[in-house]
Design a protein. Structure first.
Length: 325
């Protein structure tokens, strides 16, 4: 009897169509009707497994799935709002930091070059968008008179042409001097005019390759004025300038070197120069030079404004220039 009922139960279970979730109560009623036909004496080991029927009807309805997706979307949007603001702030801070670092590096490089400028050689051009000067390699003091003990020594003569003079104490950076290229300058008074102007060249001559750290030789030259402190300078054979130039929709700061020329201030058109800084605002970036001739001390004022993607910074830096020739 028990085996017959169990077989009948299994056969009916195989043909049961699993109801939807809302009709889960129909399955127990069907099973109960089969068991009431004589299963009261079934052994415990032959009982029917209900869990096999329930396992195939569990899950989510479409409404529950849609509601879950909507809730997750709302939470994600709220979370994005709280996270995006700190991220945007970090990106803006990083952009400002890059602009400040770029401007500081440019100003420090310009400061280093300007402090090594030949006295009274600094000049601005292009309405303050460029600055030009002659770069000093080395310098010292020339012999003005012979040695009192024995009358020896090579004195620089300003009354006629001369070809050499002794260096008092020697040159400290003579190895940096390019013979037959670098120039000797004595008592530079101005960057304009035709007298005592290194750009014109009346007080400038090329260093000879036979020179040493103790004696300077050059081709025949009569310098117009003697220095009150017996100073002479050796400058590069090229002038140096910084200029703000356009590069399409952006403005750049570039450093130029080119042969010394008085008739044209600033770099020639065929010289590309080295890139120093980008993203400049040309309207507010300027260079100004106050020669202050009465005190022999010049002042260069440099203002750089950089902007990128809505971020804008302005740095102002001043450099004192020793104009004592």
């Amino acid at each position: 009897m028990n085996k017959h009922i169990h077989r009948q139960l299994n056969q009916q279970a195989n043909f049961i169509e699993y109801p939807p979730v809302g009709a889960q109560r129909a399955v127990p009623l069907l099973v109960q009707s089969v068991l009431e036909q004589g299963t009261a004496r079934c052994a415990p080991t032959e009982r029917f497994d209900y869990r096999r029927l329930w396992s195939s009807v569990s899950g989510f309805t479409l409404v529950e799935l849609v509601v879950t997706i909507v809730i997750i979307g709302i939470l994600s949007s709220l979370g994005g709002m709280f996270i995006s603001q700190p991220i945007e702030g970090y990106i803006d801070l990083e952009r400002r930091t890059e602009l400040v670092d770029q401007a500081e590096m440019a100003l420090r490089r310009m400061q280093r070059d300007i402090r090594a400028a030949l006295p009274n050689s600094v000049r601005t051009f292009d309405g303050g968008k460029g600055i030009e000067f002659l770069h000093v390699v080395d310098g010292g003091r020339y012999r003005r008179s012979v040695d009192g003990s024995d009358g020896s020594g090579d004195v620089l003569d300003f009354t006629t042409t001369d070809t050499s003079f002794d260096v008092l104490g020697g040159l400290q950076h003579f190895l940096d001097v390019d013979a037959d290229q670098d120039q000797i300058v004595i008592y530079n008074l101005t960057n304009t005019g035709s007298l005592a102007n290194a750009y014109i060249g009346d007080n400038r001559v090329t260093v000879s390759s036979t020179s040493s750290s103790d004696i300077i030789r050059f081709s025949d030259k009569q310098f117009p004025y003697a220095s009150p402190y017996n100073r002479f300078f050796i400058v590069d054979d090229n002038a140096v300038s910084y200029k703000i130039v356009s590069n399409g929709s952006d403005y750049e700061l570039r450093r130029y070197t080119y042969p010394i020329e008085d008739s044209v201030v600033g770099p020639p058109a065929d010289v590309s120069g080295d890139l120093v800084a980008t993203h400049l605002n040309a309207a507010t970036s300027t260079f100004d030079y106050d020669s202050a001739t009465t005190s022999r001390s010049g002042l260069v004022t440099m203002q750089l404004t950089l902007e990128n993607d809505g971020e804008r910074i302005t740095l102002l830096h001043q450099v004192h220039v020793d104009n004592a020739p």
